[in-house]
Write a protein that binds this ligand. Structure first.
Ligand SMILES: [Zn+2]
Length: 390
């Protein structure tokens, strides 16, 4: 495929007009004649690198928010909501897991996410090369100090060029803050360590984390729902690398675009752009080319309308028109497809109506997913809080 006429993001603040040839799942800045079987003229559009969601639990995104907060820490939240034999958890867990994982992929694609760090075991469907979104595989993870007694051996088994990801300091009390010191004392605070949440971190922990090279994943709406606050501004302003994540709809308010729109109240758009692209790729130790658009890099792309703003500004006001993963279009807005990509419906795309976002075509059999899911959840179908219909 050849894409021409669009502006292509170089980084958070710069974009330039250039053509992209896509072949073998990669981007080329130099012409490839054989890749010109399909030509998309995208004048008036801006192409961004596909976004990286640094934290999700993919199979948990049909759930409503659970809990009657606020809580002192995540353990208290988990104890309060853990009623697997009661409504609504009982019904949601009855929906087959592979179907719930597909919904997790769709939630992410709808927000322009092409790579996600999934914080649960890798179900076989996530290893299928046809699964429409990239799921991070070169990582080790543990749930938390409380729920993963073997966390330290998992950390020690983590290859040095992989991240070790764990929920840490998810709370506002002393026990949550203390968790950072438990990691440090065990020698588990290194440049491979990625702390999810870190809400309890205060100035006393900043130096410890900063000097270790460890990183953070920030999930603002989830934190506000369970704890009443999120990362301290001193943490956000520190030199600690931070990526943005959604967490699941059990606690979060929406998808990664919703998180960006919440986070921009306290963090500059340029930094946020990096938190979902280049900074996230570095933290998750992803291979060459992720989190940016470069020659020979992966063809994971997010196409939005171009309003002439810097890429970081447009990301905060626009919604996806077209999303590529591994060079394959996997999501298109209906209006966009009608005008610019009329062959989409014949290429295995299915329609899905999404509340507040409109009609999208996606490379998963949405009508079948809706049908199977409704057998259990009936008509109240919500994906990350938004009503959906085939
Ligand atoms: Zn989580």
């Amino acid at each position: 495929m050849l894409i021409r006429g669009a502006r292509v993001a170089i980084d958070a603040t710069k974009a330039m007009n250039r053509s992209l040839w896509i072949q073998g799942g990669r981007v080329s800045f130099s012409p490839i004649r054989e890749a010109e079987d399909l030509v998309l003229d995208l004048e008036g559009f801006l192409i961004l690198p596909g976004l990286i969601n640094a934290h999700d639990h993919l199979e948990m995104n049909l759930f409503p928010r659970l809990g009657r907060g606020l809580y002192l820490n995540a353990t208290r939240w988990a104890e309060d909501i853990y009623h697997p034999y009661d409504t609504p958890i009982k019904e949601h867990l009855t929906v087959p897991k592979d179907i719930r994982l597909c919904w997790g992929a769709i939630k992410n694609l709808l927000s322009g996410v092409t790579s996600v760090a999934h914080h649960n075991p890798l179900h076989p469907i996530l290893l299928d090369s046809e699964f429409p979104i990239r799921v991070l595989k070169r990582c080790h993870w543990a749930h938390s100090l409380t729920f993963s007694p073997d966390w330290l051996s998992t950390f020690r088994d983590t290859p040095t060029n992989w991240p070790f990801i764990m929920h840490v300091a998810e709370g506002v009390d002393e026990s949550a803050r203390r968790e950072v010191h438990v990691l440090a004392e065990a020698g588990a605070l290194t440049d491979s360590t990625v702390l999810v949440h870190g809400v309890a971190i205060k100035s006393s922990e900043l130096m410890l984390i900063s000097s270790s090279g460890a990183s953070l994943i920030w999930c603002p709406s989830s934190n506000h729902f369970t704890l009443g606050r999120s990362l301290d501004v001193s943490v956000l302003a520190s030199d600690i690398p931070i990526a943005l994540g959604t967490d699941s709809s059990m606690t979060a308010a929406g998808d990664l675009l919703d998180e960006l729109r919440l986070a921009c109240r306290i963090v500059a758009p340029e930094r946020l752009f990096e938190m979902v692209t280049s900074e996230a790729a570095r933290i998750l130790k992803m291979p060459f080319g992720f989190g940016r658009i470069c020659h020979a890099g992966p063809a994971d792309l997010l196409v939005i309308e171009d309003d002439g703003e810097i890429p970081a500004g447009s990301l905060l006001s626009k919604y996806p028109q077209l999303v590529f993963v591994k060079g394959r279009p996997v999501l298109a807005s209906s209006n966009f497809a009608e005008k610019y990509y009329p062959s989409a419906p014949s290429r295995g795309f299915f329609a899905l109506q999404v509340e507040r976002r409109g009609l999208y075509l996606i490379a998963l059999n949405a009508p079948s997913l809706v049908h199977e899911t409704k057998k259990v959840l009936h008509d109240d179908l919500r994906l990350a809080g938004k009503a959906i219909a085939a």
